[in-house]
Each structure stands twice: as structure tokens, then as C-alpha cells.
Design a binder for this molecule. Sequence first.
Ligand SMILES: Cc1cc(Br)c(Nc2ncc[nH]2)c2c(Cl)c[nH]c12
Length: 288
Amino acid sequence: VLGLCGLSHEFGSASDRERNPWHVTVTVIRPGQGQERCQGSLLSRYFVLTAAHCFHVDDQAPWITVDVEPKVQRKVSGLFLHPQYELGGRRHRGVPEFYDYDVALVQLEEPLGPSPTVRPLCLPCTEGASRALRLPPERSNCAEHRRLLLPEKTLDAFFVSPHGPSTLQRRHVRVKLGDQRGPCNADALRAPPYANVSALDDVVTPRFLCSGGTEPRVDPNACRGDSGGPLIVTWGQRHFQVGVISWGVLDVCGRPRAPPHARDFHINLFEVLPWLRARLRDEELGFL
Ligand SMILES: Cc1cc(Br)c(Nc2ncc[nH]2)c2c(Cl)c[nH]c12
């Protein structure tokens, strides 16, 4: 087993990688068609979780590489897009890009870690997460994980942005749940590609978590290149992945004064557990 999930070194002199040992970058180089870059997270020795929209349906595993740390590039043996992901699935409803179920798993040719700079994030609804949450056996279940990690109220979380070749910056955001969820989701229709969309439900589905905006505090926004990266919740000294960065309303990344309707949308991992469980069955994660 890969030891303790979601553990990082937070002491002063720790490197960015020691603080975020689960962070990887996924690169797709399509022969003769340029390249695409996304972020991802290590969930086990062989599997990286990222966004499905980083890939085309005909992408091959040999075209994909995973950068674990500077100059450590790993080959890929498999690519698994969520079966219900379909970017063009709602074109007939005026939705040019539909990001529902925007998640993918990338399988590495060789196993990784553990090491001080390479370690998986805790995946909810696994035994590793229960241990990290320090739950007694009678509370060691998926409903309890969801109650603790994703309560129906505004939630502090963070994502990680690469800031140059070897620096990783944590961006602290608040996920708008509870009574702030509606107003956050409503801003989805302010995204330029959705100008002709009439119904909010055509774009925002129950799979999404919404962050960003200026209340109660100005949240940073994800850049397109941050897509696929993990949305992380901290519990004590341990870190848990609750979402995957999918898309945003405006491409205002990095700009300090983003408007209140600059929101980012993430796929809620609790909404894709059956797929994660099936694909990660042999990874000894101990799904609950
Ligand atoms: C992080 C991120 C990903 C994607 Br994909 C974007 N593209 C997009 N969003 C809506 C329709 N298409 C954006 C934009 Cl725009 C801002 N941030 C983004």
C-alpha cells in the first residue's frame, strides 16, 4: 500500500513539491497537431486523476506523458474517460461545450512513489481516507465522509497552480454550497460560450461544485491550464480531493480584480464514485 494518503511536508523549508506531493502535470502531444497541457493528481501508485476535456476521443496512451516532478516524466499505458462525458452532447440545445462528467483517469506504465515528493491525495470513501479522518469503525462510511468533507455550507478549499517550471502555488477558494450555491451556479450563463443557452440546467448539472466570486472574499480564478487539477479540502494535517477543476466563466486567470460573476466549476468526486471504484478496483485503496 502506498502509505499515508494526503500527507505533506508543511515545514518552512519544504519545497513546493514536498507541500504538494500529489501534484502532476499531464501533457498530450498529438502527432502533427501540437500539444495540450492539464494538471492532475496522484490517487494511487498507477493512477492519475484529471479532466476528460484535456483529451480527444481518439488520443492514444503513447501521446500522453505525466510530469511528476521536474525532469521526471512518466509514460502512460491507459486512458479512461468517464463514459458519460460528451463535450458535444448538448449542441442541439445551444451548448457548444458541455462539461458534465469531465473526469478522466490516466494509468502509468510504471508505479510511482512513495517518496517525500511523490505521494497520493486521499480519495473520499476509501479506508485510507477514513484513517486520515481518524474515524472510528462505526463512522467509517461514505455518507460520513461526505458529511465531513462536503457539508452543505460555504467550504474552504484550495487548488494548485503551476507558477513557472518548478513552483506550485496554492490558491484558496470557497466552494459555494448551501444558500450560496444557487447564485454561484447562476453565473454560469455569463460564460461567453453559453450566450445562447436559455436554461441553467442545460449547463450546470448536479455533478458540479462552484467557486469564485467576491463574497465573502475575492476568490482567485483557475486558468485554462489549471483544468484537471484537484480541488482539495484539508482536515487536520491531511488533504482530501473533493473535486476536479473543469471550466470557468471568464478567462481572467491570475488577474487580481476578477468580476463577481467570474466563477469556476469543478466535478464533485462524490458524484462519480461508481466510476472511480470500478477503475481503481485493483489499487488496494479499500473502497468503503
Ligand atoms: C479553467 C477553465 C477551463 C475552461 Br475549458 C474554460 N473554457 C470555457 N469555459 C466555459 C466554456 N469554455 C475556461 C474559461 Cl472561459 C475560464 N476558465 C476556464
